[in-house]
Design a protein around this ligand. Structure first.
Ligand SMILES: NC(=O)C1=CN([C@@H]2O[C@H](COP(=O)(O)OP(=O)(O)OC[C@H]3O[C@@H](n4cnc5c(N)ncnc54)[C@H](OP(=O)(O)O)[C@@H]3O)[C@@H](O)[C@H]2O)[C@@H](O)CC1
Ligand SMILES: Nc1ncnc2c1ncn2[C@@H]1O[C@H](COP(=O)(O)OP(=O)(O)O)[C@@H](O)[C@H]1O
Ligand SMILES: [K+]
Length: 505
């Protein structure tokens, strides 16, 4: 699904109005209906609801929502924040209609007009939407602060009032902190950025049937992975397949005290459908790996505690490993940053021809030896969390700047970069950014990144295109987390739970 900018969203409105065709006021009515459908479903107990409206079309939505909630017997109070002398046409239309049904509409012109808000109420925030053009000031600011202080549940219409849709806010800006944002038709860039977490809450998309052809043709470099899109990437298995069909992956993982990282990646790699798996671990991990992941072959490093090279240990007659024998290689989970491990990377990277997966300390070694980036095979997948990404690049001053850095880094190095976190951002060598839609805070626990490395290595080994592997793998990893959360809650989720919940259907 595309993420469009404010100008495109405005044109999308116009295009819908022209091509459907539909009168603007009816489009607003449709938006309000869709909102109320969600609201009634979510708050079935006709809870007391205070609706705060601005004077533009977001306020117009609020007026229409108020009327529809009245029809559903909700006890409502409506407050118009009078910050300017002029209202939009569609606001005025809905204002007139509401006045016929409601004894009184309240107007907020000074702080004395701001009502007390109780905990057992819901607030609907319809002050500003995508038309926000400057920081909130004066009475709007006072009202927003009062709403934020109140113990009630807050639901924002389209986007929290005060939050820009696709540009950074200043830290001093006063913005609604909603529990829910119900946004119309398409996700907005502001909704997927970490710093905006408090101004977004749980957000949902409401389909208001805007002009599909316009959306299809609109240029963008931002996408949000939908379930149907992820499912389309999934390859069907041939009835006559054999284990050779699904590739042979090599994982280079683990060091003394971190063999668990190798175990988690290995198990996840198998659960993501790889045909054959070899794991190279330091010798201290050999027995562990052979015991807990019997499906994988294990190649012990010549070193007891760290990885030093993919040449075999000469004892026990192990066969020599040749990187080109593997359909995909994943490097990094738990490997540490010993000089010998760096030497292994330096020796290995220039010899590689196929895309690999690079994670964790392998990324930190790259950050400390940036010339190695030139030897990463094109289309490889790097999976930094924000701290690792900062080490690879530099500090950013806001999330929009971070996205620019991410895009440039992926383009310049011709690689796929998965910047992990809530709504992980996957940058492609072409400069597109795909935000993931699955996952939850339960995944914020040690080992889940190792699981992702195993998953992505397995998908590359099966021949998935690297961008598709990243989009699908990150989606499936998050979905597994969601599955665990729905069964046992998100607190206490473990990386092993996530592996067990991986599904490919
Ligand atoms: N997209 C869709 O598909 C659909 C969209 N719909 C709805 O329309 C909403 C967009 O409506 P909108 O364009 O009228 O903008 P909105 O946010 O209501 O306010 C703009 C007004 O506020 C003013 N203003 C701005 N910032 C200010 C500030 N800090 N302090 C004071 N004033 C400020 C601004 O003034 P100006 O910048 O012109 O000086 C202007 O007068 C959208 O979010 C959605 O809810 C649905 O109904 C149907 C389908
Ligand atoms: N709040 C969250 N919402 C969704 N996904 C999350 C959240 N926190 C972490 N994750 C996911 O969990 C994984 C954590 O990876 P990483 O930080 O490397 O952890 P580890 O140290 O366990 O390897 C990433 O895939 C990340 O996207
Ligand atoms: K709003």
């Amino acid at each position: 699904m595309k993420i469009l900018n404010v100008d495109q969203i405005r044109s999308l409105d116009q295009s819908t109005i022209q091509h459907e065709p539909i009168a603007p006021i009816n489009l607003m009515e449709r938006a309000a209906h869709t909102f109320v459908e969600w609201f009634v479903d979510h708050f079935p107990d006709t809870i007391h609801t205070k609706i705060f409206c601005g004077l533009g079309n977001n306020g117009g939505d609020g007026m229409a929502i108020a009327r529809l909630l009245l029809e559903h017997q909700y006890p409502i109070e409506v407050y118009v924040v009078r910050y300017a002398p002029r209202e939009s046409d569609d606001f005025m239309h809905n204002h007139r209609r509401l006045k016929l049904l409601l004894d009184s509409i309240h107007y907020i012109e000074s702080t004395a007009d701001i009502p007390a808000i109780r905990h057992n109420e819901v607030v609907i925030d319809a002050i500003f939407g995508s038309g926000l053009s400057r920081p909130t000031e004066g009475i709007v600011k006072d009202t927003i602060q009062a709403i934020n202080r109140a113990p009630a549940t807050v639901v924002s219409v389209d986007i929290a009032s005060g939050l820009y849709t696709d540009q950074p806010n200043e830290p001093t800006d006063v913005i609604i902190e909603p529990d829910y944002t119900l946004t119309f038709q398409l996700p907005k860039l502001a909704l997927v950025l970490p710093k905006n977490g408090p101004y977004v809450g749980n957000w949902h998309i409401l389909d208001i049937r805007l002009h599909k052809r316009f959306i299809d043709q609109a240029p963008t470099s931002y996408y949000f992975t939908q379930p149907s899109e992820a499912r389309l990437l999934l390859r069907k298995r041939n009835r006559f397949s054999n284990k050779g069909t699904f590739g042979h992956a090599l994982l280079l993982a683990g060091s003394y005290g971190k063999i668990g990282a190798a175990v988690l990646s290995a198990k996840a790699c198998l659960r993501a459908g790889v045909g054959l798996l070899t794991v190279q671990v330091p010798q201290c991990g050999y027995t562990i790996l052979q015991t807990v992941v019997p499906e994988a072959m294990c190649s012990p490093d010549r070193h007891q505690n760290i990885l030093t090279g993919i040449a075999p240990s000469d004892q026990a007659g192990h066969e020599s490993l040749d990187p080109s024998d593997f359909s995909a290689i994943g490097i990094g989970p738990g490997i540490g940053k010993a000089p010998e491990t760096l030497a292994m990377l330096k020796g290995l990277l220039p010899s590689l021809k196929k895309p690999i997966v690079v994670d964790a300390d392998a990324l930190n070694l790259l950050a400390e030896n940036r010339e190695l980036l030139n030897h990463i095979p094109p289309s490889s997948i790097l999976t930094p969390h924000p701290k690792e990404f900062e080490r690879l690049t530099k500090k950013w001053s806001n999330d929009y700047q971070k996205l620019d850095l991410l895009r440039e880094f992926a383009k310049k190095n011709k690689i796929v970069v998965v910047l992990k976190g809530a709504f992980s951002a996957i940058a492609t060598p072409d400069g597109d950014i795909h935000f993931n839609s699955t996952g939850n805070p339960g995944l914020s626990t040690g080992g889940t990144g190792d699981v992702l490395t195993g998953v992505l290595t397995a998908l590359l080994a099966q021949g998935y295109d690297p961008v598709e592997a990243a989009v699908l793998g990150v989606y499936a990893h998050g979905l597994a987390g969601d599955q665990v959360a729905s069964q046992r809650g998100s607190i206490g989720m473990t990386a092993s739970d996530v592996i067990d919940a991986l599904r490919w259907e």
